[in-house]
Design a protein around this ligand. Sequence first.
Ligand code: GDP
Ligand code: IMO
Ligand code: MG
Length: 431
Amino acid sequence: MPVAAVIGAQWGDEGKGHIVDLLANQARLVIRYGGGNNAGHTVVNDRGVFKLHLTPSGIFDPNTVNIIGSGVVVDPSALIGELNELKSQGIDTSKLFVSERAHIIMPYHTLQDNLQEQARGASKIGTTGRGIGPVYADKMDRSGIRAVDLLHEEILLGRLRVVLEEKNRLLTKLYNAKPFSLHDLYMQYLDYGRQLADHITDVHPIIHRALEKDFPILLEGAQGVLLDVDYGTYPYVTSSPPGAAGACQGAGIGPTRLSSIVGVYKAYNTRVGEGPFPTELEEGPEADTLRQIGKPWAEVGTTTGRLRRVGWFDAVMARYAVELNSIDTIVITKLDVLDSLPTIKVCTRYKLHDTEIEYPPSTTTILNRVEPIYEEMPGWQTSTSHIREFYDLPEEAQEYVARICQLIGARLGIISVGPERDQVIIVNKIF
Ligand code: GDP
Ligand code: IMO
Ligand code: MG
């Protein structure tokens, strides 16, 4: 029963898109299980360079069925735009299905997200402004609109009538914003429903049949587990569970069916938006090296274009991610970014006052006070981007990878040394 969940094991942007694209031709189904178009997954392959926000990264394999699962929140206009762009680049999108149960991001969600961020002032979260918090809040509050609703005129009108009255009250009374017109929203979303009608379906039978037949399935994560709403650096988190439990819930597959949980880690750490980052490097030549400004893979947000914050590999957080998600296989990406550094630091523990701690504290204020304890390792100062076998890596690079895997506490699966599909070193097979 080969069902592999590929999850981000840091603060997002670990290179999940790259890895899912690489593995997609071995899978029958690729299911994006959570988040929305706050995600930005870059895929570089023989078809071109693609920035995917909602479409699963298996879309480039002509034989793979791609599913946007029930745990995803879908902005229909963003999805339609993305599909049109893919089609214009010659990519077949006919085997992409969207779960009827997926919740829909409405324009009032995006507006609310941005108004809330403004109101938070200095304590803003630094969201992507895509309406993620408000849409998940409405889902839990049972006042969401789901993909299936867009396909039924009366249901959509009925749901919108109830929901919009309350939303408009909130937006006008609390934020002094203009109310949304029921008629305009209804017409627009009905039209989106028509445009997406070939894609929106009950995906449960497709997934269930694939499981019955033991077809290989890939579950594609978005965000990273340090942004998890329960276990991340709350409140500087997203509003969904990006880890293994979220993979099961969002795809509609029970936990015992997962054969592998693959944690994707960058060889260092990055973060977009606000929130604690114990190993952050703010300035200096090492920070500049990690940022890679000017390169296609520079640390610039795929979705918002914001500069990503950068820092050394944090093994305290990395191990925490393994423990929370039962990660059994490690993928290390962007090893090549470290190529020019004379020495590389790895944070193995934190110091809080005079005590050494091995777990991240649960509150932001305390996490902001920890001091990383570093181990220093020699760099290799030679290019690795052409290497395809582990033992062809410079010895220092082998030692660096081995040390971080030992600290993380799971087996090594893949090392990636460049953004292109074949720039990988396969150490252990995922399927
Ligand atoms: P995702 O959100 O986890 O899919 O990651 P993003 O696509 O947001 O960010 C990863 C960035 O690193 C993208 O620009 C990728 O093309 C690039 N990338 C992925 N793997 C590697 C690698 O091994 N080396 C380099 N240099 N770039 C990589
Ligand atoms: P991928 O899938 C990196 C971050 C935002 C912000 C916080 C909350 O590309 O790895 P939200 O809009 O979700 O309410 O923002 O979460 N964030 C991401 N950071 N990669 C992502 O996705 C992210 N999705 C959300 O920057 O700090
Ligand atoms: Mg990304």
